[in-house]
Design a protein around this ligand. Structure first.
Ligand SMILES: [Fe+2]
Length: 268
């Protein structure tokens, strides 16, 4: 599997505290079937002042340690970028890294209240050619009264990333409910661990993928941890990647019918 959201780099945000903890997180991920992991520390001005250069340096250090200890996990660079007014400038200048240098980036909205002008802020960033992957919508407190916002964003092309542990109920009943609802409505593109530690918020994903398969089918569940994350790493244009099931065109048009992902979907 490919896990595109983790706080495995030690000592630079609220994730892993020490190198030993990072190594143990990596061992857990590998045992669970993960081969590639994005290091995506928080970038939140005033709180976590990470930037691209620092994240690259820390990734290189941890990769060397993994190689030394024979832990077969490939690390790539990214960031868990908080939605702030200067985000677009940060992406353009390269200070805020995208996922593996692609057009895709992790976008974290505020947790407790809807960000002002949320939709237009996101669309402004997309208009500049960046592809947001919205992190853990199921855990945002304000989804309770604003679910339609997420449906609209998904329909307008924003990718949605669920947290593996939330699907399993480890973030409580509400997060599980919203996970299931988004899966059932076919609005989910990716599953990632958002791992912070070796305990509850660890990097395991396999069990959650199995659970998701009960809702969306095995092939689509696997697409959330193999095909779409690989497409991100390869910077494939989003329109060339299989859409989430609820976002399929109702009538197949000639162009989409010719795409490999559409043929595969028809054969399920
Ligand atoms: Fe995160």
């Amino acid at each position: 599997m490919i896990d595109l959201h983790s706080h495995i780099l030690p000592g630079i945000d609220d994730g892993a505290k020490t190198l030993e903890m990072s190594l143990e997180m990596a061992r857990i991920a590998v045992r669970d079937g993960t081969t590639v992991m994005a290091c995506t520390p928080h970038i939140y001005p005033g709180l976590y002042m990470n930037d691209s250069a620092g994240i690259h340096a820390e990734r290189d250090k941890l990769q060397r340690a993994l190689d030394t200890y024979g832990i077969p996990l490939k690390l790539v660079v990214g960031a868990d970028a908080h939605l702030v007014p200067e985000l677009l400038d940060g992406l353009k200048s390269g200070r805020v890294p995208t996922l593996n240098g692609s057009r895709y980036f992790l976008l974290e909205p505020s947790h407790h209240v809807p960000p002002p002008n949320f939709e237009s802020s996101v669309f402004n960033i997309m208009a500049e050619g960046y592809q947001p992957v919205l992190t853990h919508p199921e855990r945002l407190v304000w989804i309770e009264h604003n679910y339609q916002t997420f449906v609209t964003l998904a329909k307008r092309g924003v990718w949605m990333q669920l947290t593996a542990a939330a699907i399993l109920g480890k973030f409580g009943k509400r997060a599980r409910y919203w996970s299931e609802r988004m899966l059932d409505e076919g609005l989910v593109h990716l599953i990632a661990s958002d791992a912070h530690t070796v305990n509850m918020r660890n990097p395991q994903m396999a069990e959650a993928v199995d659970r998701a398969a009960a809702s969306v089918g095995k092939e689509e569940a696997l697409r959330m941890v193999y095909e779409r994350p690989q497409a991100i790493l390869d910077d494939v244009a989003p329109e060339l990647v299989a859409p989430a099931l609820g976002l399929l065109p109702e009538q197949p048009v000639r162009a989409s019918a010719a795409k490999p992902w559409y043929k595969r979907l028809l054969s399920i």
